[in-house]
Design a protein around this ligand. Sequence first.
Ligand SMILES: [Fe+2]
Length: 322
Amino acid sequence: MGGSGRTFGVEQLLADQPDDPMSAGRRLGGALAAVTGLGATVTFGAWVEARAFIVRRVEVPVLPAGQRELRVLHISDMHLMPYQHRKIDFLADLGGLRPDLVVSTGDHASSPEAIGPLVDALGPLLDVPGVFVFGSNDFAEPTFHNPASYLFRNSTPDKAGAELPWWELQAAFTSRGWADLDNQRARLEVAGRTIDLRGTGDAHAGLDDYSAVAGQPSSDADLTLGVTHAPYRRVLDAMVADGVDMVFAGHTHGGQICLPVNRAIIDNCDLPTSQASGLSSWTSEGRTAPLHVSAGIGTSPMAPIRLFCRPEATLLRLTARA
Ligand SMILES: [Fe+2]
């Protein structure tokens, strides 16, 4: 066919190739510079975001009818290093929230030298009734990973790092009255209420033994809570089927590197990514309970970045059911 219209396809692509190789090189160089600049900008933004701590506030109607509210501070995944002064200041300020109960869902410190600063920063909170479980990162120092590798597969527990003195942290917490819930139960009197709590070890590392805490809630408790580091389905299923009133977990870092806004790509366990952070619910054997997953306060020191997922502590106001 004749005509003067533009020709598309291979013929046109060939026609668009520049005759001057130097010109092509400049264009390629410009494109690479633009991509590199964009990557550096996003990485810098993610580095800044990992230091932009916030306190989220959530209401959960889970108490027996007629009871006044309980304030529960949920902290998780600090991964503290001793040089992280901004994070230490954030932790120290949390005492001003005046919670009735503190729940810590693990991965507290990433070096032996961070345990002292962590305990000092938590100072006033350790005078409040509290409970904790450990995450696998409480037991070994981190080793280098490609920060982006977890976007493509769940991590495996780090066995290569040197052992951390988790027993020092355990002693520091329990000597101040916090209860260790790693495959253990506890009963606390909190703001005039009797609260039963049960927890497991880190399911991501296979340290969970729910059978050690299984059973129906006591009828003389005002509230029964489940606490675990990694919210694997087997742990949530067992806790909710037994009838706990609410479950707290951490581990996911909310996805850490997310799509806008707070949409996790992966959560490093078998929980649906839509539940990687915040308040949702879990149903098992006909029972449903609120599930709160903290996006966490820190990251591995080897990957100190977050994208569309700010580091957080959460103040949950537990209120009476309608
Ligand atoms: Fe963590």
